[in-house]
Ligand binder design. Structure first.
Ligand code: ZN
Length: 446
């Protein structure tokens, strides 16, 4: 019996050893490097999402993602123009260092080939890279296709210049199904940008205001419906990721390129750099990382690329000269490594205006935001520069410029050190007709 038992034990042990060996073998075959799903939300201000305190239920899926991951409550974009901020997102650089500063000018609107992007670095390191964008403002016209094996910018299912999120979702899901790991997938949603392509009627009805005669409420209701529709698409994309068994091997980043003004500062749309335009949602779900973590330190969208490289274990020097910092330490509870200020600019005023305030068309603005203060220098009208105490005045209604607060000179000095000023422009270099046509369709040209 004993002998028999021993033999049985031996067989059992062998079986266990074999099973372990098979298991280890399977693990060895799988590339241990993580995938990245980077979702950019066009025109989405942080305070219109539930996880940032909005009272309406516009974002159940993004909210759930935040509960499973990290919510950055104070994330700042470097501009409020699609091509400029996406260039910053992928290079980790401020606009004055990557050179994309305008939307409608052939000189400073296209990301130059010599600018390295996150996608180029990851592709060179063996990641498969795919991008599915939803509007001409995020297209290859602006050099944003750099580093992507697949760059899908077909807007046929939209109006030729933009497409609804369901079309983007379909292409992104299909790509995911056949992607080899590790991969980087950038999915860009454009729905909240403008009311040209409306969400389904039942979603519009869901957010219908009580007073339909109120233009402001109607506008916000439509925006909320578009955010909700986009959130549904993101929910489906994340579900697809789960269905393919990729959840535990994929870092998910949800970030907006910029926000939107709904009448604040007498402004509709984006382009300028008040908090409604530059305070953006940033949510990251990291496999094995913290869940339900809120990071209140000031961070910037230029920090996303260096942070991802750190988590992906790629040498940060592969993406040199970044202005952003690696936030992994901040996430691990070391706030000392958080950035101390965020730079933003609006030097596009010559060509961009949606409503009123025509004088803004000839202004150039440069802002530095800290965890408390924000200084906006008006290059062409220095006397109209602005200083706000965001702690007591988050809506930037009380201009403290010129009241003698030492912080103003400190921030002004730091701005001068960064040296972002654009020289006087004697005349715009028009992009080609195809680009102008697309931008007109998206509401960028008066
Ligand atoms: Zn945009």
């Amino acid at each position: 019996l004993r002998q028999y038992g021993s033999a049985a034990e031996a067989v059992l042990r062998l079986g266990v050893v074999l099973l372990l060996a098979v298991g280890v073998g399977a693990c060895e075959q799988r590339d241990p490097r993580l995938n990245v799903l980077l979702v950019s939300l066009d025109t989405t201000r942080a305070d219109r999402l539930g996880c940032y305190g909005y009272e309406k239920d516009t974002s159940p899926h993004i909210d759930a993602l935040a509960e499973d991951g990290i919510l950055f409550t104070n994330a700042v974009a470097p501009a409020a123009l699609t091509n400029v901020t996406h260039a910053s997102l992928f290079t980790g650089r401020n606009p004055f260092n990557h050179g994309v500063r305008f939307l409608l000018d052939a000189r400073m609107s296209v990301l130059a080939d010599d600018q390295l992007t996150l996608a180029e670095v990851l592709r060179a390191e063996g990641w498969q890279t795919g991008a599915v964008v939803s509007a001409a403002a995020a297209s290859s016209n602006f050099g944003l296709n750099q580093g992507f094996d697949l760059f899908d910018e077909s807007f046929v299912e939209g109006d030729g210049h933009q497409r609804p999120g369901n079309s983007t979702l379909a292409v992104a899901s299909e790509w995911l199904e056949s992607a080899s790991e590790p991969f980087l997938l950038w999915t860009h949603f454009f729905d909240p940008h403008d009311p040209k392509i409306l969400p389904p009627l039942e979603i519009c009805d869901r957010f219908k205001p009580e007073r339909v005669d109120n233009v402001l409420l109607n506008r916000i209701a439509l925006y909320d419906a578009e955010v909700y529709f986009m959130d549904q698409m993101i929910g489906q994309l994340l579900e697809r990721l789960d269905g393919l068994g990729l959840r535990e091997r994929t870092i998910v980043v949800v970030v907006a390129d910029h926000g939107e003004s709904h009448g604040e500062h007498d402004w509709w749309g984006h382009g300028v750099i008040y908090q409604q335009q530059i305070r953006v949602p940033l949510i990251i779900r990291l496999p094995g990382g913290p869940s339900g973590l809120r990071v209140d330190q000031l961070v910037r969208t230029i920090d996303v690329a260096p942070t991802l490289l750190s988590w992906l274990d790629v040498d940060p020097l592969r993406l040199p000269h970044v202005d952003g910092v690696d936030l992994s330490q901040v996430v691990s509870g070391n706030p000392a490594s958080a950035p101390t200020s965020a730079y933003s600019e609006a030097v596009n005023m010559q060509v961009y205006s949606l409503h009123g305030k025509k004088w803004l068309k000839t202004d150039k603005q440069y802002a530095l935001t800290t965890d408390r203060w924000k200084f906006i220098y008006h290059q062409l009208r220095p006397a109209e520069s602005e200083l706000f105490d965001l702690l007591t005045d988050p809506d930037e209604e009380i201009n403290l410029h010129g009241t003698g607060l030492p912080i103003e000179e400190e921030l002004a000095r730091e701005l001068r050190r960064l040296d972002p000023m654009v020289e006087e422009i004697s005349g715009l270099v028009q992009p080609d007709d195809r680009v102008i046509k697309a931008l007109e369709s998206l509401g960028y040209v008066n």
